[in-house]
Design a binder for this molecule. Structure first.
Ligand code: GCU
Length: 618
């Protein structure tokens, strides 16, 4: 009997893994949901805080969703007592509400430090405009582990707090009385990406827009349209239809401003290879961030996208934009709203952050340490600002854990799928400050190989760490095997803050043995806005100002220097920063305080950029 049970249990376990595997394996992300006609589900949602996950597991800690009849105890059934004897111990509609998109930490005081599960419920009616149309629910992001149910049925699961995902709901949708139940769990885990410790606030919730996308039965699901890096008159790419009529289907790509209208026919898989020649392309550049309206049309579907055509390459130690060397005048940014407290998500948030970056004189931003919302990159496209995007492989990830690798790869694939048509995005960063080891080196190298295959048009980097050259602390170098793999050699350095005092800067020289462009992806010092005094006393604005002056002089010695993104544009929340009256839960390395006040160092960097010219062609 016991043996029979054990056999049954392992069978169930395999079924479970394969079903979880199935559940985790998401549907393909719909490209350019940004421009599609959608129905927003933003607004107030009812919520239930469920630290014991009582709405997900029965008292035997078995997931309700794996049971044939999960029973009313499962929160995703949104059950209601029908008779006075019915035992239902929750009721979404009588619960408090919170705004979506946003984080629960800054919306509800009692959830400020909360890490765990919160259930959200949204009721809505929806009638399709055409009978055989399809409908998808699209989440721009939700942190961290998200289980989604519609009308009591599981749609799927998403892991990762900073990338979009969608599920088809066509067959589950009612005209009236739909209830979308979302379980969001932001518990930190060793094997997760990111892992247990980070230097940013672990905001939980449905942190970006939620919308319904209605498409024709066969629609344009995915496309990648970019300038061929090897031929500046060649627009190339791929496109895939999704639906029953995807074979041998005519797809017309038109770019009116280039007088281009070209038809292609899909193959068995519903895909086409895009091949367009034009010698009149206005290239997207910092001075002229020209975006073409690109129309994609079939007999059932039509979408438009704003795409800029530019090439980005390295040549020796130079970064070339449209074959011209540039210096990346950057700043690092965390995705916190400069307008309201908490996680940023809106166009207004993006506008404020990029306006400040432009006031600094930036032509480039490092979006740290995870993919930011799509408004940031769409606006960067319009403003002519170059972008570094990063996968949240941060500090001590579980390098040997296969699931951790799959998770990191999946998050990377999602941000690439979302932003691969954005001219502003030039660098995919694989990681930040990760300790070298065999397992780590192959983990990052595999991610880099995957990224190059998926997107051969952009550059690969990672924020590495510098070290002493041949044991000499006054000569610094990069001795990291992953430096061989990257296109751009980037590293963080904190000489004058974590590494000695500011006077050390003038004693340091560099010996970086790579003929590759070098970007200093981080440097900086903490300063409390309004605190003034002598420049040798930490936390004064004068200390931060002096550190910027000395650091800029120090790094200007680096021959291969092609850019910088100092840490950081704005003070940001971090549970690791607890110094009273100075930090109080904020990392104070911003050049601007969380209230929008510019510190003295802001003007040191602004002045440096005003005088920094682009290098001459080698
Ligand atoms: C690190 C890290 C950042 C962190 C910063 C700091 O280098 O990459 O995430 O916030 O240093 O210590 O302020």
């Amino acid at each position: 009997m016991i043996y029979k049970n054990m056999k049954l249990r392992s069978l169930l376990f395999i079924l479970l893994i394969s079903s979880i595997h199935l559940l985790i394996a998401q549907e393909q992300l719909i490209t350019n949901a940004y421009n599609r006609e959608t129905t927003s589900l933003n607004g107030y949602w009812n919520y239930i805080v469920d630290p014991y996950e009582n709405g997900f597991y029965n008292y035997r800690y078995e997931p309700f969703e794996n049971q044939k009849n999960p029973g009313s105890g499962a929160f995703f059934t949104n059950s209601k007592a029908k008779t006075k004897s019915d035992l239902i111990e929750y009721d979404f509609d009588k619960m408090d509400r919170m705004l979506v998109p946003s984080d629960w930490n800054t919306q509800k005081e009692n959830l400020f430090y909360y890490e765990g599960t919160v259930w959200f419920k949204k009721s809505f009616n929806y009638s399709k405009s055409k009978n055989n149309n399809r409908v998808f629910v699209y989440f721009e992001a939700s942190n961290y582990e998200t289980d989604v149910y519609l009308n009591g049925e599981k749609l799927g699961k998403h892991i990762g707090g900073f990338t979009p995902f969608n599920f088809e709901i066509t067959d589950k949708l009612e005209n009236k009385g739909n209830f979308l139940i979302v379980k969001v769990d932001n518990k930190r885990k060793k094997e997760a990406v990111p892992t247990l410790n980070t230097d940013w606030w672990n905001y939980g919730g449905i942190t970006r827009d939620v919308k319904l996308i209605e498409t024709s039965e066969t629609f344009v699901e995915d496309y990648f349209i970019q300038l061929d890096p090897h031929n500046k008159n060649h627009i190339m790419g791929k496109l895939r239809l999704n639906g029953t009529n995807k074979k041998q289907k005519e797809v017309t790509i038109s770019i009116p401003e280039l007088k281009i209208e070209k038809s292609f026919y899909t193959d068995e898989k519903g895909t086409i290879t895009i091949d367009i020649i034009s010698s009149n392309i206005q290239y997207w550049s910092l001075e002229n961030p020209f975006l073409y309206d690109v129309f994609i049309k079939t007999d059932e579907d039509q979408i438009v996208d704003q795409i800029g055509f530019r090439s980005i390459k390295t040549k020796g130690a130079q970064v070339l934009l449209n074959e011209q060397p540039i210096f990346l005048k950057g700043i690092s940014i965390h995705e916190e709203s400069p307008i309201h407290d908490g996680r940023g998500h809106s166009l207004e948030d993006a506008k404020q952050l990029l306006t400040w970056a432009q006031e600094l004189g930036c032509n480039y931003v490092r979006l740290a340490h995870y993919p930011h919302n799509e408004h940031m990159v769409r606006l960067a496209d319009k403003l002519g600002i170059l972008v570094w995007e990063e996968n949240p492989v941060y500090w001590t990830i579980s390098w040997e854990n296969k699931q951790t690798y799959k998770n990191a790869k999946h998050q990377l694939s999602e941000v690439i799928d979302r932003d691969k048509n954005r001219a502003s995005v030039i660098i995919w960063s694989m990681a930040n400050e990760t300790p070298t080891s065999e397992a780590r080196n192959s983990f990052l190298t595999d991610l880099a190989t995957y990224t190059k295959e998926k997107d051969p048009t952009r550059l690969i980097s990672a924020a590495l760490e510098q070290s002493n050259y041949q044991g000499n602390p006054l000569v610094r170098t990069i001795s990291d095997p992953f430096a061989e793999v990257v296109d751009i050699l980037s590293f963080n350095q904190y000489i004058g803050w974590y590494d000695g005092g500011i006077e050390k800067c003038s004693t340091i020289s560099w010996n970086i043995g790579y003929n590759k462009p070098v970007i200093i992806s981080e440097f900086g010092a903490g300063a409390k806005y309004g605190l003034h005094g002598n420049k040798d006393t930490r936390w004064n604005e004068e200390y931060q100002e002096y550190l910027y002056q000395e650091t800029l002089k120090m790094i200007d010695q680096i021959d291969q220097l092609s850019g910088i993104s100092p840490w950081i544009l704005v003070d940001f929340r971090s549970p690791r920063r607890v110094l009273p009256e100075i930090q109080d839960g904020w990392n104070r390395k911003g050049l601007i305080s969380e209230k929008g006040d510019k510190k003295k160092a802001f003007f040191v960097l602004k002045n440096y950029y005003e005088h920094k010219t682009s290098p001459d062609k080698e």
